[in-house]
Design a protein around this ligand. Structure first.
Ligand code: TGC
Ligand code: FAD
Length: 388
């Protein structure tokens, strides 16, 4: 495998601070040295590289943009660069970190009580407590407001009933952030593994995100202490507020996958000889490489602009939808074009583009499908919601 030194066609690096570059290069080195040698094996075997969890804790990647509680408190651009570099390794690795930071630490940080923050966040920042986020149900994916999972107050407890589907980290998580209806209103609850009535079942047979655990969560008269309710939010805006954080990270992460595929395709095309010359010298191959670098450069600038707006408190949910849908779509197309340039070699896991391509099919669908983000932007520009 060729050494990865990044992809920067238009001096985008000149727009980052020294600290941002330093953070990026630390994670880039970690991915090259610790992830790349093992990722194809984990992908083939359908396992998550769990031995990397404490190492990533030491690097400070969990909740990296959260202030206090043992978190690094980085700005949102440095945080985005972490997501980019992790997903350059594998979308499953970035998913693990997104779920931990944006979908579990963030709701505790934003909606939790002081006791909840002090109890969970420092341990989660170090990867000693792992979380998962249960919003989707088997019959309520794009439309989570229809969820059937309920919570009922009973003395000093809440009793949860229902199930959640397609939950990243479900089978390995120590705690689940579960969204359920209490008196008809969506509320967030912290459910600890081992609580009677709470069980998980891993989903197998995936051709995408194979190096990631995806599970079903089941709650059968699952009784949790009343203090495990997240007090700070009510309604669908609670989980959607978390999704804003995670979707923002995906906009960066997808660029990492695209950079890996472009880099692999370029190196392959320069080395592969057909008709007595490198295929990189043929116009149709160059057209594909030019498309990739053009779209990657635009995606880098879009992610960076989103990050700067987020640091200024000016990034809206609609901006995030635009960045997520654009960058995932161009990353998926980049992976497909890289696979094409590699010819038959592109269908084996000796090369990365096929793995990224399959992973990106999930990324295209989760955290709001491409079409749901299209409708969010459609509503933003017309004022007319077209979901229902
Ligand atoms: P709607 O009536 O539009 O809104 C309900 C309430 O929510 C507010 N809101 C938001 N708040 C914060 N952030 C946002 N992005 C928000 N969007 C809407 C809204 O203002 C309203 O507030 P209030 O105070 O009036 O109650 O809701 P709707 O039911 O019509 O749905 C809109 C829609 C379709 C856009 C939304 O349901 C949606 O985004 N659906 C997609 C579901 C989704 O993304 N699921 C992801 C599950 S988690 C996951 O995939 C993790 S993958 C993990 C990994 O990385 O591995
Ligand atoms: P559906 O909502 O059934 O959509 C099917 C198709 O219909 C899509 O093409 C969609 O765009 C289209 N569609 C739906 N509604 C409309 C409409 N109004 N207009 C036009 N088209 C529409 N969820 C969690 O809660 N936590 C997790 O950790 C998590 N991790 C995941 C990990 C993986 C690997 C995957 C694949 C999914 C994960 N999800 C998770 C679930 C994910 O968020 C959902 O798959 C996603 O929201 C889409 O829901 P769905 O799969 O039920 O598809």
């Amino acid at each position: 495998m060729q050494k990865f030194d990044g992809v920067d066609f238009m001096e985008v690096d000149s727009l980052f601070s020294e600290e941002e570059i330093a953070v990026r290069d630390t994670i880039r080195g970690f991915v090259s040295e610790r992830v790349m040698p093992v990722i194809e094996k984990h992908n083939r075997e359908g396992t998550f590289p769990a031995h990397l969890i404490p190492e990533m804790g030491e690097l400070g990647v969990y909740g990296a943009n959260i202030q206090g509680y043992g978190c690094p408190g980085l700005n949102n651009v440095a945080y985005g660069l972490i997501m980019q570099e992790l997903e350059r390794g594998d979308s499953g690795l970035r998913s693990f970190v997104s779920v931990q930071g944006a979908l579990c630490m963030y709701p505790i940080y934003a909606y939790g009580s002081d006791e909840q923050k002090n109890k969970y966040l420092p341990e989660m920042a170090h990867g000693k407590v792992i979380g998962c986020f249960g919003l989707t149900e088997a019959d309520f994916g794009s439309n989570p407001s229809g969820m059937l999972t309920t919570a009922r107050k009973d003395g000093g407890s809440y009793v949860l009933n229902g199930s959640k589907m397609w939950i990243t980290n479900g089978g390995v998580a120590h705690i689940a952030i579960v969204w359920a209806k209490l008196d008809g209103r969506i509320r967030g609850f912290i459910v600890e593994r081992g609580t009677p009535g709470y069980s998980t079942r891993d989903i197998h047979g995936k051709f995408s995100l194979r190096a990631s655990v995806t599970s079903e969560l089941a709650f059968q008269d699952c009784r949790i202490p009343a203090e495990n309710l997240l007090p700070g939010v009510e309604g669908l805006k609670g989980p959607l507020g978390c999704l804003n954080q995670a979707r923002y990270g995906i906009a960066w992460g997808a660029i990492g996958s695209a950079m890996a595929c472009y880099h692999e395709a370029l190196e392959y095309a320069k080395a592969r000889i057909q008709f007595d010359r490198p295929i990189a010298g043929f116009q149709m191959v160059q057209e594909k490489l030019a498309w990739m670098i053009r779209e990657i450069t635009k995606g880098q600038l879009l992610a960076l602009h989103a990050g700067r707006l987020k640091d200024l408190g000016k990034l809206s949910a609609q901006h995030i939808s635009l960045a997520k849908m654009n960058n995932v779509q161009i990353a998926l197309q980049t992976a497909r074009l890289a696979r094409e340039i590699l010819g038959a070699s592109g269908i084996t896991d000796e090369y990365q583009c096929g793995r990224h391509m399959c992973n990106l099919e999930s990324v295209y669908t989760y955290e709001g499908t491409h079409d749901i983000h299209t409708l969010i932007i459609g509503e933003a520009v017309t004022g007319l919601p077209a979901y229902k």
